[in-house]
Design a binder for this molecule. Structure first.
Ligand SMILES: Cc1ncc(COP(=O)(O)O)c(C=O)c1O
Length: 435
């Protein structure tokens, strides 16, 4: 038996991996070390998680101190100070009006928590008929049943199709190769795509719709940047019909688009924001769902002796995660990380769009420090080309990610221009040698 057999790896070709493992044993700053001693420049910041670099000393110290002081504390009907402090810090940092914070352990849990909050909110206000949840084609909101149901990535849904939540619908996605290929930043074409929400309001009757959930920038599907004006139009339609707007900012929060939240970058304020990943710089799993005061207040109206929102996780607000998050927020402030990322954006944009003439490239998309390079699929083998480029980059000492045939880039928020140049040179070489 292969000693790697017992572990069923997530979102991984298990059989292929176990034949030829890619094992990392250490990480420092911008590099991983492999089990055979090679250094890899991490062009994906963990999994969109670790914008500050790996093993940031301040975060490591905070977690080490915390584990020796309070390893775990029951979070139901009891609390510990750091998680309250963290909630205050996050709501202070969030857009105006976000006053409450619910903790989870992942992006998937944040998405499901947000959907449950939307249903509970409407019911508490006497609009229990608002049960329908709307997502968007090509959206990704994790792998739990709620997030999967509002998600719009066909491969993730196919096997579970019969068990997806009822009463869910999707607006169309925002990508069109014909109209927006090789756009730098936000496309000027496509604001009208938001009107698809009006179609669903007419079809289902808006009074039955609880919430719309979208990623401000769709990440996992290959970086779909919102057309100019599109998010605002979604906001306007939601307002017109009393529908809550949820931004899934699991990727975009904490500097990835050069601001604390994409809501701020795009100047559009939703009702609920989900986060995870960059909250702790990936060091300890944690998610946070930020909500506006009206939602909290609506749920605080029942008898005082009842639990107002029957939802929570054993590890909600875990002390190690809270310590890691507080240290991470400190570092973001001390190192001026979000502004640094914003300054790097034009350098990143130049470097990624320079690949326009590389073989197989049919589109390049970018915003903040998120980039997608879409390749033409190989005849009869979709995804094979993207995977081969990923493998070649890995062999050449650079980690990028492929989602099918789209290469995804998510460099550190404090990358150097030389590192960016090294990542893209490596990608170019990999493309040049891939059939
Ligand atoms: C927008 C978005 N939502 C939710 C998730 C799910 O997060 P997790 O894998 O932590 O459950 C992800 C993960 O990439 C994501 O990008």
């Amino acid at each position: 038996m292969n000693p790697l057999d017992a572990y069923w790896m997530p979102f991984t070709m298990n059989r292929a991996f176990k034949q030829a493992p890619r094992m990392i044993t250490r990480a420092r700053g911008h590099y991983y070390t492999t089990d055979d001693g090679r250094e890899l420049l991490d062009g994906f910041s963990g999994l969109w998680t670790s914008g500050l670099g790996h093993c940031h000393p301040k975060i490591v110290d905070a977690v080490q101190a915390q584990v020796a002081e309070l390893d775990y504390g029951m979070g139901f009907q009891m609390g510990h100070p750091k998680v309250f402090e963290l909630a205050t810090r996050l709501t202070d940092m969030a857009p105006e009006g976000f006053t409450r914070c619910f903790f989870t352990n992942s992006g998937s849990e944040s998405a499901d928590t947000a959907l449950k909050l939307a249903l509970a909110y409407h019911r508490a206000r006497g609009e229990g008929h608002r049960t329908r949840l709307i997502g968007r084609e090509r959206g990704y909101h994790g792998v739990n049943f709620g997030g999967m149901s509002v998600g719009g990535i066909p491969g993730n849904r196919k096997v579970f199709s019969a068990a997806l939540l009822p009463g869910v619908d999707h607006i169309r996605h925002t990508h069109s190769l014909a109209d927006m290929a090789f756009t730098r930043g936000q496309p000027s074409w496509g604001v009208h795509l938001a009107d698809d929400l009006e179609r669903l309001c007419a079809l289902h009757d808006a009074s039955n719709i609880a919430a719309l959930i979208v990623e401000p920038v769709a990440g996992s599907t290959g970086i779909l940047v919102p057309p100019i004006g599109y998010l605002q139009r979604l906001r306007d339609i939601c307002d017109r019909h009393g529908i809550l707007l949820i931004f899934d900012e699991v990727i975009t929060a904490f500097g990835r688009v050069g601001a604390p939240f994409a809501a701020e970058r795009f100047g559009v304020t939703p009702d609920i924001i989900t986060t995870a990943k960059g909250l702790t710089n990936g060091v300890v799993p944690m998610g946070a769902v930020l909500v506006r005061e009206a939602i909290y207040q609506a749920l605080m109206q029942g008898p005082a002796q009842t639990i107002e929102f029957l939802h929570g996780y054993t590890y909600s607000g875990h002390p190690l995660a809270a310590a890691a998050a507080l240290a991470t927020l400190d570092v973001y402030a001390e190192e001026n990380t979000f502004a640094t990322a914003r300054t790097l954006e034009p350098v990143f944009e130049e470097a990624i769009h320079a690949l326009r003439d590389a073989p197989h490239v049919v589109d390049i998309r970018n915003i903040g420090l998120m980039g997608g390079i879409e390749l033409a699929p190989r005849e009869g083998a979709p995804g094979a080309r993207g995977y081969e480029v990923f493998l070649k980059c890995f062999e050449a000492g650079v980690v990028v990610r492929n989602g099918g045939d789209t290469l995804q880039l998510s460099p550190f928020l404090n990358s150097t221009p030389d590192e960016l140049s090294h990542i893209f040179t490596t990608v170019r070489q990999a493309l040049a040698t891939t059939a």
